[in-house]
Design a protein around this ligand. Structure first.
Ligand code: FAD
Length: 408
């Protein structure tokens, strides 16, 4: 039987990072990656729209942890051992400088996810790692402190450590996992998505965006500020995506049918908006209201808000009645929409839910078996969009590799 030190199941972000980290520190280790499909690092390659948003430039872990709707507590000590600074240094040491963009997302300066994928593949290969594609575990037995693993090709491999890195779980993967260990899994639901709103008039505004809007779901304690974008199927933009991650389970349970309120102005309270509007209308008293676009809103959005507020666009500003002003303020601050579904956000999405974190010790090993680890997205740990999910993959993989090395 072929004997190795570590078998890693899953040739994705966390699996490759763990393998490279093991081999960079000890090139004598025998490490194998078993990848079920015929290609590795598929998600890394498509990530961040092909640019790979490697991490997010928040260096302080308390602030960073606020970006994880699930699993933040578990991630805390991993980030203390391998945080954003370490990620930046790690990639730099492999010859890949990262750059930070205006919104704090970090990318390789090449702007290409291929740089990251090639780095992992080349490093792993150069350091003598073995990759088996179209391979998974058929059977797994743990006996006398060794794993005896049968591949799907009926090959047998003995390994001291087994690392599970199979990515976002689904029902099939969860069932498959039971072959290796009886594992409790929290409910699995999609996270990071946009909202479908069945309103052709709204769709006609596709492309209109506000830099700072507000998203609130009726009946759920929620309040998210950030850019909001109107699409030809509903609403998107960072405020929507962030809210979808934090309420992935709430929205799933409601079958994505819920009322959402959008605030197109967020910096002011209602009294301040009222006062500013009044002043503005007086200043432009003889203009038609449609030509007196207020609050720096996009013109198309203003026209639509007037229409929703049942205000004739030709009306002079001075002639606006109190009820019309009230309706205008209501729509500026709380436009209501019926959400009728969700659409996957193509640039990044993850599974919320996964292996229950209390099954694992602080290094990511199963409490029942210190030679079995789980890392990456298969855990009940996920972040909002912006590089946080890769950071969780790097941090959990790093701590796992460190633990394996410490166990000799
Ligand atoms: C389109 C898209 C874009 C994204 N962009 C970003 C981004 O820019 N920034 C960010 O932070 N996050 C991003 N993410 C999320 C990020 O890709 C994941 O969180 C991350 O890849 C998780 O790493 P992982 O190693 O846990 O899983 P994965 O990278 O999914 O790797 C798991 C691997 O295991 C393999 N596998 C599965 N089952 C088995 C099995 N039974 N046996 C053997 N192998 C198996 C899979 O084929 C896969 O190769 C994006 C996700 C998507 C879908």
């Amino acid at each position: 039987m072929n004997t190795v030190d570590v078998v890693i199941i899953g040739g994705g972000a966390s699996g490759y990072f763990c393998a490279c980290e093991l081999l960079l520190n000890d090139p004598n280790l025998k490490v194998e990656i078993w990848e079920k499909s015929n290609k590795t690092l598929g998600k890394v390659r498509v990530s961040g729209g092909g640019r790979c948003n490697v991490t997010h430039d928040i260096r302080e872990s308390r602030t960073l942890l606020k970006k994880y709707p699930r699993g933040g507590k578990y991630l805390k000590e991993k980030l203390n051992q391998f945080g954003v600074d370490d990620t930046e240094k790690w990639f730099l040491a492999q010859g890949i400088p990262l750059k930070t963009e205006g919104d704090n997302r970090m990318f390789p300066i090449t702007n290409s996810s291929e740089t990251i994928a090639a780095c992992f593949e080349n490093t792993f290969k150069k350091l003598g790692g073995t990759l088996r594609i179209k391979t998974s575990i058929e059977t797994a037995e743990f006996d006398q402190n060794q794993w005896k693993l049968q591949t799907t090709d009926q090959d047998w491999v003995q390994a001291r450590f087994l690392v599970m890195a199979i990515g976002g779980l689904n029902e099939n993967k969860s069932q498959w996992l039971q072959k290796i260990t009886p594992t409790a899994v929290t409910p699995l639901v999609p996270s990071i998505f946009t909202l479908n709103i069945d309103d052709p008039v709204l769709h006609s505004l596709a492309g209109v965006a506000v830099a700072k809007g507000r998203i609130k779901y009726e009946g759920i304690k929620s309040d998210y500020e950030g850019p909001v974008l109107i699409t030809h199927w509903g609403l998107s933009g960072p405020a929507v995506l962030t809210s979808s991650a934090w309420h992935a389970v709430d929205l799933f349970e409601r079958n994505y049918e819920i009322n959402v309120q959008v605030g197109w102005i967020v910096d002011k309270n209602e009294d301040a908006v009222r006062a500013q509007l009044q002043e503005y209308l007086e200043l432009h008293k003889n203009k038609n209201i449609r030509n007196a676009v207020a609050f720096g809103l996009p013109k198309r959005l203003w026209d639509w808000i007037l229409d929703r507020s049942e205000i004739s666009p030709e009306k002079e500003c001075i002639a606006l009645r109190k009820e019309e002003r009230n309706r205008l303020i209501e729509n500026l601050m709380r436009s209501k929409f019926e959400v009728s579904g969700r659409t996957t956000y193509k640039e990044e999405f993850v599974t919320a839910g996964g292996i229950k974190l209390d099954e694992l010790d602080s290094d990511g090993a199963f409490k029942g078996n210190s030679q079995l680890f789980a890392i990456g997205e298969m855990l009940d740990l996920d972040g909002v969009t912006g590089g946080f999910n890769f950071q969780a993959a790097w941090s959990t993989a790093f701590v796992c590799a460190k633990k394996i090395r410490s166990m000799g």
